[in-house]
Design a binder for this molecule. Structure first.
Ligand SMILES: [Zn+2]
Length: 63
């Protein structure tokens, strides 16, 4: 089992009340703007989504 801890480049987490979010990453990256849709939890409600480019986690906080 490997535990990689990136202390200097820790992925961000952002709370949002939108079930769809746009991410274009840090300005220095070559990250295209992507639109991400929240992954539903077992109750079919939006829960969270992780950006495949920058590993930023968006957490759904809406109702
Ligand atoms: Zn991103």
């Amino acid at each position: 089992m490997s535990e990689a801890i990136l202390s200097e480049n820790k992925p961000e987490t952002e709370a949002t009340n939108n079930a769809r979010v746009a991410c274009d990453g840090p300005s220095f990256s070559k990250h295209p703007r992507v639109y991400l849709t929240m992954v539903d939890d077992e109750n079919g409600k939006p829960n969270h989504v992780v950006c495949p480019y920058c590993s930023k986690t968006f957490v759904y906080t809406g109702v």
